[in-house]
Design a protein around this ligand. Structure first.
Ligand code: C5P
Length: 236
């Protein structure tokens, strides 16, 4: 089985504050996207990485990535992305050659995922699971609410049993044919916030394997502080 990784990196990162697209912001002096690409290339299973760049930024991203060489076994391609994450992933999948049969989809915004997690996801797909997500138990209790206009208190509708919930990370791993079918079948705007969610809508099984604390998503300013601290600890 040949395995590729698609890295959607076309988001603007609005929640992180104003500035350059999130994936291009520096972490320990190196763009977040470069960390994410290296994290995928660290797995010996991954032979091709497709980075999905901001729609008008493919040339810039390509130039940037070529300044940071990868292991020789890993090919790299950069394609322009779309307006939503789902569209960006679909454009990335379209760039994969027929020789690929397993695909990882990994957020550029999760730059510090350890290679052990990547390898565990690949192993589970190669072991026969068509869709695999790394995930962790929740620290917080979660409430479902009835959303109200900003500022108004929101009535609580229910409290799902925390022990049954998992917070989902990436890379998510798939049999490529299964993920392509999911992206071709499920209509944009139906609210799937991850790729496995599209596969679930097909009625295909999705399984969870243990995720990793360091695979957290850099979304808000505080996450940058944590990411810098993790990097500093690794370098110590
Ligand atoms: O917005 P969110 O945090 O869910 O984004 C997850 C990943 O999807 C990020 O790596 C982001 O760059 C990517 N994305 C994308 N195209 C978009 C929106 C988000 O590739 N239009």
């Amino acid at each position: 089985a040949r395995t590729a990784a698609v890295i959607p990196a076309a988001g603007r990162g609005v929640r992180l504050g104003p500035g350059t697209p999130k994936a291009l912001r520096a972490l320990g002096g190196t763009p977040m996207l470069v960390h994410a690409v290296r994290a995928m290339a660290a797995s010996r299973a991954v032979s091709l990485i497709v980075v999905v760049a901001p729609p008008d930024g493919a040339a810039e991203v390509s130039r940037l990535l070529h300044e940071h060489p990868l292991p020789e076994r890993t090919d790299l391609e950069v394609v322009p992305g779309g307006q939503t994450r789902q569209e960006s992933v679909r454009l990335g999948l379209a760039a994969l050659p027929d020789t690929i049969d397993v695909v990882l989809v990994h957020d550029a915004a999760r730059p510090l995922v350890p290679v052990e997690t990547v390898d565990a996801v690949v192993a589970a797909v190669r072991g026969g699971a068509p869709a695999v997500v790394p995930a962790l138990p929740l620290a917080d209790t979660v409430k479902q609410v009835d959303p109200q206009p900003q500022g108004s208190p929101e009535p609580v509708v229910g409290t799902p049993e925390r022990a049954l919930l998992r917070a989902v990370q990436t890379p998510q791993g798939f049999d490529l044919a299964t993920l392509r079918k999911a992206h071709d079948t499920v209509v944009e705007g139906e609210g799937a916030t991850d790729d496995a969610g599209l596969v679930e809508r097909l009625g295909s099984p999705v399984v969870v394997v243990p995720g990793h604390e360091e695979a957290f998503k850099v979304t808000r300013p505080l996450d940058l502080v944590l990411a810098e601290a993790v990097l500093a600890r690794r370098r110590a």
